[in-house]
Structures are given as C-alpha cells and as structure tokens.
Design a protein around this ligand. Structure first.
Ligand code: OOG
Ligand code: MG
Length: 266
C-alpha cells in the first residue's frame, strides 16, 4: 500500500515537471499499465499538493468531455474533472506560448459559486441557489502527452489537460437567459472555425455542475464557495499558434478576444 502511494506521488511529480517545463511525455499508462481511474484521480490530488507547495492556489474545478464534439475528438466517452489553480488564469489579452506544448482553445461557460455545493442527487434548483454568477470563458487545454493522444486514465492523471483559461471581464446573472440556447462562435484570424450552443454540454451547462458535484461526492469532496467551474467545451477545440488572433462571441453575453504570442527571447 505504502509503495503504491509513493508511486502515485512520483507519477504526480513527473506530470508536474512536464506541466511546468512545457515538455511532452509518454502516457503514464505505458509505464504503469495497472493504474485505475481512481488512481488517476488520486494522482490529480497529489499533483494539486505539488502545485500548492510551489505557491499556487486552488481556485476551482473544470469538467471535461461533457459534449459529444469533445468526446469524439479525443476518443474518450465519459465526462472527467480536473483542478484549476490561480496560475492558470490569464488576465491579459495575450496567451503566451511560454511553457505550453500544443495548446488548443475551446469556448465554455463558467459558474462561480457563492455557497458550498455538495451531494450526489442535486437538482438544477440546488445549483442555481448556490451560484453567484456565470461568465463566458475560453479554456486553453494542453495535453502533456505526445501527439495529444491518451486514454481516460492518462487524461485524468494529467489534470484533464488543464493549462490556462480566460474569463470575460463581465459577469452575468444566470437567471435572465437560457444557457442551453446560448450560441457561441469562435473565430481564428477572422475566420469562423467552430460554433455551437450551450445545449452541447450535457443538454444544459447546469447539468455539468450537477455531474461535478456528484463525481466529487463519490470521493468525499464538494465544491467550495467562491470556486470557479468550467463546465466543458461547447465545440471541438482548435489549435493555436504564434500570431493567431482569437475572438469568441457568446450571444448577448459579449465576447472574449486574445492574441497568441510565443515567449519573448531575453
Ligand atoms: C481533455 C479535456 C477536455 C473539455 O472541455 O471537454 C476539456 C482534452 O480534450 O484534452 O477540457
Ligand atoms: Mg475544457
């Protein structure tokens, strides 16, 4: 038992090294084919401890693979969750490629909670009651695995490919319009590259929050007040490169714009 714990911690440290150095790695299931999904989530939790030791802070959760478009594009057919930390949030209008491997971007809806959300059988009403506001978001995912290729266990161990994220400047009340009807369009260098509706996320993004609470409850965890939740890509993710200009429109919820720049030589 002891040996296994050490091993999972060592895997978490390996993953942390590749996440912070921006270098790719072989899938963890190649060196450790015996890993279970439960082990992979434990690796995530151990990775979170590495991040906190580095001075990072936990600020939320992300759901992934909550839409058919996303599941199909990576060949994994069930929702997963990951952990968001302070250093992942980009607050300027520039995505620096420093420390990234092969980033892709995807439009999402973020929830910000005001109350704890805990339980296995929550309703949409429970989620709305605990929600402070919602925000348009763009997640930047960056698998640490070679060729962005992985199994369910690998991607869970790699913190669900979490890398960076943008939130809009404006927060919105979730009560005035239907998030499932929200149309999102993503443009890269002026060209429309993806579009979709909020309903792509498990029928309605609120369902993603319910699912997250349920998955966390199974391991004795809950969503704490103040946490940000990314509910999952509405469309397929698109690759971004140095010099790209991204614009993502979220109907009446405005837009998120940013440029992609490679690291500055110094
Ligand atoms: C896994 C992460 C998926 C989403 O929103 O579906 C995700 C991946 O595609 O690398 O973040
Ligand atoms: Mg995502």
């Amino acid at each position: 038992m002891e040996t296994k714990t050490i091993t999972l911690k060592q895997i978490a440290e390996q993953i942390d090294h590749h996440q912070t150095s921006g270098t790719d790695m072989d899938k963890v299931t190649i060196q450790s084919p015996e890993l279970s999904v439960k082990d992979a989530y434990e690796i995530q939790q151990l990775w979170e401890q590495c991040a906190i030791k580095r001075g990072d802070q936990k600020i939320g959760w992300k759901m992934g693979l909550t839409s058919v478009a996303k599941q199909r594009s990576v060949g994994v057919n069930e929702p997963i969750y990951g952990r968001l930390t302070n250093s992942m949030e980009v607050t300027s209008n520039t995505l620096s490629l420093k420390g990234l491997i092969h980033p892709r971007v995807e439009p999402e809806i973020a929830f910000v909670m005001k109350e704890e959300l805990k339980g296995e059988q929550l309703t949409a009403r429970d989620v709305w009651k605990a929600t402070e506001f919602i925000m348009p978001a763009v997640e930047v995912i960056d698998s640490r695995y070679k060729n962005f290729s992985f199994t369910l266990i690998d991607v869970v161990a790699d913190n669900a490919s979490s890398s960076r994220f943008f939130l809009s400047d404006q927060a919105f009340s979730p009560f005035q319009s239907s998030l499932d009807k929200l149309e999102v369009i993503m443009y890269r260098n002026g060209e429309k590259v993806q579009s979709g509706f909020g309903s792509a996320v498990l029928g309605h993004p609120v369902k993603s929050v319910i699912e997250l609470a349920k998955m966390l409850h199974q391991v004795g965890l809950s969503i704490q007040p103040g946490m940000v939740i990314l509910t999952g890509g509405i469309t397929e993710a698109v690759n971004v490169f140095d010099g790209d200009e991204l614009k993502v429109t979220f109907d009446s919820f405005g837009e998120i714009n940013f440029d992609v720049k490679k690291e500055k030589e110094d």
